[in-house]
Design a binder for this molecule. Structure first.
Ligand code: FA5
Length: 346
């Protein structure tokens, strides 16, 4: 009785396998007949009805029937796979002209490019890079640079104070003092870095970058400073931009000058970037004030003919980038607009 049942199930299963029209329905047939809850599992639960001595032979027979079903299943599976593949090959088309999967390539930020280019140009004439802290002691940011407390020069740089004795550095000039304290002259150093001032419009940002230059040696003159800056400006901007030195005042340099470049956006006619003057200021410079060299323990307080002298300069990186690339709003650098950032490549 159970034997007949097993044969009937097998016939049903083989029939269902032949009828299956795709791999999904074929798999369902397998589950229905050979799966854990399938027809054969149910049948095996009934073997208790058989006399004990007949059970092994029945088990063997069922295994044989299941093997037949399994073989029929595998053969049908192969048939269906071939049919399905043939159908896909007939209906699907691969368009080899479609663009591949695009992976965006990262680029350096335009300010990073400018910093690296400046360092590259000045490294050819002996300058190398130093760094300093962004939270600076009042002494390094102001006092050592000859800007005493309550001196009106502090108003030139609207400062973010952390507490009574610490500020977010307002310029990269404090790195001059750190370097002179830690190293012996002759020195030729560059110090790029982020600085902070309470200041904001199309050409001023509360957080911007500067690069400081410092040269300390015997017999350093204004001619050395002008020569270095002119070499640099021509190498960075090209020969067609004009530069000019305007007398100015910084407590840490004497004499002092401001360096201007002719405005590349309006070609000198006047626009909002150059405030209609035709010139854009890129930085300040001057001969290092002897008081600063004494504060940094380079020279003794009493003057001598053998004293070291120095020149220093500090440029605004955003300004340089704006001039070089013709950008008319400083805020573009921090907006993270990919359409803007993707245009810059060195
Ligand atoms: C200074 O910061 C001096 N430490 C520069 C210096 C160094 C002079 C060594 C002499 C010797 P000043 O405040 O002018 O100077 O700033 C220098 C440059 O930073 C400016 O010419 C300008 O290009 C840029 N800059 C100043 N303020 C801002 C701002 N808020 N946003 C963007 N760039 C600025």
């Amino acid at each position: 009785m159970l034997k007949e049942k097993a044969k009937a199930i097998t016939e049903k299963a083989l029939e269902a396998i032949q009828q299956a029209s795709d791999s999904k329905s074929l798999y369902e047939v397998k589950v229905n007949f050979l799966g854990k809850q399938g027809e054969f599992s149910k049948l095996m639960k009934e073997t208790g009805k058989l006399p004990k001595e007949d059970r092994p032979a029945f088990g063997k027979e069922v295994n044989l029937l299941k093997k037949n079903i399994e073989e029929a299943y595998l053969a049908k599976e192969l048939d269906l796979a071939n049919v399905e593949l043939a159908l896909r090959l007939k209906t699907e088309k691969i368009d080899l002209t479609l663009p591949g999967v695009y992976r965006a390539v990262g680029r350096q930020h335009p300010l990073t490019l400018v910093i690296r280019e400046i360092v590259d140009i000045l490294s050819h004439i002996g300058f190398s890079v130093r760094t300093g802290p962004m939270i600076e002691e009042d002494w390094y940011n102001f006092e050592a640079l000859n800007i005493p407390k309550d001196h009106p020069a502090r108003d030139m740089q609207d400062t973010f104070y952390m507490d009574d004795t610490h500020v977010l550095r307002t310029h990269t000039s404090p790195i001059q003092i750190h370097t002179m304290e830690n190293e012996k002259p002759p020195l030729r150093v560059l110090a790029p870095g982020s600085v902070f001032r309470c200041d904001s419009d199309v050409t001023h940002s509360p957080n911007f970058y500067q690069i400081e230059g410092l040269c300390v040696d015997k017999k350093v003159s204004m001619a050395d400073l002008k020569g270095t800056i002119s070499y640099f400006v021509n190498a960075f901007f090209g020969q067609d931009l004009k530069t000019r030195f305007r007398p100015s005042f910084f407590p840490f340099t004497e004499p002092s000058a401001e360096v201007d470049c002719s405005c590349p956006i309006c070609k000198g006619k006047g626009c909002r970037v150059c405030s209609n003057t035709g010139w854009v200021e890129i930085g300040g410079c001057g001969l290092v004030n002897p008081k600063v060299l004494v504060h940094a323990k380079i020279n003794a307080a009493e003057r001598s003919d053998d004293d070291y002298q120095g020149y220093a300069f500090g440029f605004g990186i955003e300004r340089m980038a704006m001039i070089k690339y013709g950008i008319d709003d400083i805020r573009r650098f921090n907006e993270n607009d990919m359409r803007f950032l993707a245009q810059f490549k060195r």
